[in-house]
Design a protein around this ligand. Structure first.
Ligand SMILES: Cc1cc2nc3c(=O)[nH]c(=O)nc-3n(C[C@H](O)[C@H](O)[C@H](O)COP(=O)(O)O)c2cc1C
Length: 322
């Protein structure tokens, strides 16, 4: 089996990898552009950005790459529609949306001709997405970093969903190396979305200490938090997590951001994610996938993708698309 191209509507990526959108300010222009320059798909995380900031970030990415660049926006964000419209007005290639389900996004996609890719974690939502006009779906399992819509393993979801829909299926959650990619392609997935592996890249704009926490993580460090979004979130254990579980974190009752449509105010997720992005490893929330402990080096994106492809090729026994 050869490594296939990934077709999403009218887009064709030579490399069937999407770099998952990661908020707040984890996947910004330099990372998305570097991934797109390798023939894969780079996503800028829109959640947590103001409309003007997102527009600027898209322009910055476009100035660095002619490849395929999309945005990821969480449906749970108050400004979801405004951010999606801003991305459309900047001529983004695709919009990936998780943490909720937006029917309006399909209408916006149809009117603008932009590919819409929902993140789903069930056969039911996969089928609804297909019916509503999704160009592809990301199927995310419980291994993924960030907010989770399921407690089911990615492979069991992919196995069932590839049989249930005809649109491209992109597997996400716990994919770290080429062997993982080969395995899901053999199961019938059309591509993969990876987050954690790209955090530990030279181009990722988080503080170096954030990347070090990934490199030093052990298997036991992967934990789940109750996010104020109303979903569990996968992170790495740190002093912030310990204080959160001991109910010692200030609640976010006095809200500076109003970032979510609905917030439990159990703590301020925006503040905690920004703190981590800026390098506060004691007080910030460090989202990471369940298998992030398998990453042992911060590498340039070019090297990450070439290693992934040569490894995947080995396990598939075929050729890459040159
Ligand atoms: C630091 C971090 C932040 C994330 N933020 C978002 C986000 O804003 N929106 C989203 O849909 N997914 C988010 N995710 C999930 C990723 O896009 C991707 O689907 C996931 O990381 C895949 O699992 P992996 O980390 O095991 O590769 C985030 C993941 C990480 C690690």
């Amino acid at each position: 089996m050869n490594i296939p191209k990934l077709k999403i509507g009218k887009l064709v990526a030579k490399v069937p990898i999407i770099q998952g959108g990661m908020a707040v300010k984890v996947s910004t222009a330099p990372l998305a552009a570097a991934v797109a320059n390798e023939g894969a798909i780079g996503l800028i995380a829109g959640s947590g950005l103001k409309v003007e900031e997102l527009k600027e970030e898209i322009r910055r990415a476009r100035s660095m790459s002619k490849g395929i660049i999309g945005v990821n926006i969480m449906v749970a964000i108050s400004e979801f529609k405004e951010l999606a419209n801003a991305a459309i007005s900047e001529g983004i290639d695709l919009i990936v949306a998780g943490a909720g389900f937006s029917r309006d996004l399909f209408t916006m996609g149809k009117e603008s001709g932009i590919e819409v890719v929902p993140i789903v974690s069930s056969v039911k939502l996969a089928k609804i997405s297909e019916k509503m006009g999704a160009s592809a779906i990301v199927v995310e399992g419980k291994e993924a970093g960030g907010h989770l819509g399921t407690d089911k393993p990615m492979k069991s979801l992919v196995k069932n969903i590839v049989k249930a829909v005809k649109i491209p299926v992109i597997a996400a959650g716990g994919i770290i190396n080429g062997e993982d990619i080969a395995e899901v392609l053999k199961m019938g997935a059309d591509g993969v979305q990876m987050g954690s592996r790209f955090v530990a890249s030279k181009e990722c704009e988080v503080d170096d200490s954030f990347k070090e926490v990934y490199i030093n993580a052990t298997k036991e460090d992967s934990v789940l938090i109750d996010s104020p979004v109303g979903l569990p979130g996968r992170a790495l254990r740190n002093p912030f997590f310990d204080r959160l579980t001991a109910s010692e974190v200030d609640t976010g009752k006095s809200c500076d951001y109003l970032c979510l449509k609905k917030c439990s105010h159990s703590f301020c997720i925006m503040k905690s994610l920004i703190q981590a992005q800026e390098g506060d490893m004691e007080g910030g929330l460090v989202f990471a996938g369940e298998r992030a402990h398998l990453i042992d080096k911060v590498l340039p994106v070019k090297e990450i993708i070439s290693d992934l492809l040569s490894d995947a090729k080995k396990y598939l026994g075929g050729k890459t698309n040159e």
